[in-house]
Ligand binder design. Structure first.
Ligand SMILES: Nc1ncnc2c1ncn2[C@@H]1O[C@H](COP(=O)(O)OP(=O)(O)OP(=O)(O)O)[C@@H](O)[C@H]1O
Ligand SMILES: [Mg+2]
Length: 242
């Protein structure tokens, strides 16, 4: 049984004197998949940076705490908004890079299995320059799923995928990450409605939590409750034009 931990992030942030969000108060429940939506530039990636301890450029006045009172250090895996693949490494070696950098034994079988499940069986030895954007994004996803961390941060992990592949990758990621505390940034209301056990919307007027469908995740794409939630989210994102 995977150990899960809840996270609370509270406070305000600014970058180079420009305020981003104020009085944010977000609780990610232990072992649950939380989705975060909001307009471009509102600060979603910045929240992931804060949780991943990559936010030296951010003035953050607040607190991040974990249910168990222990530090975040080495408990987080993070998939960035850009794939950040090493161009000189194959898909397999990019997937294994975490273990390599930590000088741990490399688990080739797990990496190959993962790449195969992600539909990349013909690209295991390919270099990033020979892969499409969607293939590269799946290698970055494989690299994240390789890590056995309690907290997983995903920044638009399926944004470059076609609709069918995206639905498959959503289901696969939910299976691999079951029981972990996930924060998933997305621009896609359908994705949030399908996967979210909590859904947050960050806008100019602050953070709000959206009612989720009662059906368990991963929800069917055409489930009526999923579609209602999707429509509700889209309406909120569109503002007055919807
Ligand atoms: N290093 C930086 N220096 C200055 N401003 C920055 C820096 N990084 C981000 N910003 C600014 O902070 C704001 C929030 O950026 P962030 O990347 O968190 O937005 P986002 O909600 O993830 O947007 P998107 O949906 O487009 O990815 C933006 O206005 C951006 O221009
Ligand atoms: Mg972003």
């Amino acid at each position: 049984m995977t150990h899960s931990v809840g996270i609370h992030i509270k406070g305000s942030a600014s970058i180079a004197g420009k305020p981003l969000f104020d009085a944010l108060d977000m609780t990610l429940k232990a072992g649950q998949w939380s989705c975060l939506l909001g307009p471009s530039g509102i600060g979603k990636t910045t929240i992931l940076y804060l949780l991943a301890d990559l936010a030296d450029h951010v003035d953050f006045d607040g607190e991040i705490s974990l249910d168990d009172g222990k530090p975040l250090l080495e408990r987080v895996s993070y998939m960035a908004q850009t794939d950040l693949l090493m161009p000189w490494l194959s898909a397999l070696d990019n997937t294994l890079i975490g273990q390599r950098l930590r000088k741990e034994p490399t688990d080739h079988q797990k990496a190959q299995n993962l790449l195969t499940q992600l539909g990349l069986q013909d690209h295991i030895n390919s270099y990033p320059s020979a892969m499409s954007g969607g293939q590269r994004q799946r290698v970055a996803l494989a690299r994240t799923l390789m890590e056995e961390r309690e907290i997983v941060l995903l920044d638009e992990p399926f944004s470059a995928l076609d609709a069918g592949t995206r639905a498959d990758m959503q289901a696969l990621s939910a299976r691999w990450l079951k029981g972990k505390t996930v924060l998933h940034v997305t621009h896609d209301p359908a994705e949030a409605a399908r996967l979210g056990q909590q859904i947050f919307l960050l806008q100019e007027d602050g953070l709000q939590q959206i009612k989720i469908p009662e059906t368990p995740v991963v929800r069917a794409v055409d489930d009526p409750e999923t579609l209602t939630c999707q429509g509700h989210l889209l309406r909120l994102l569109c503002g007055s034009s919807a």
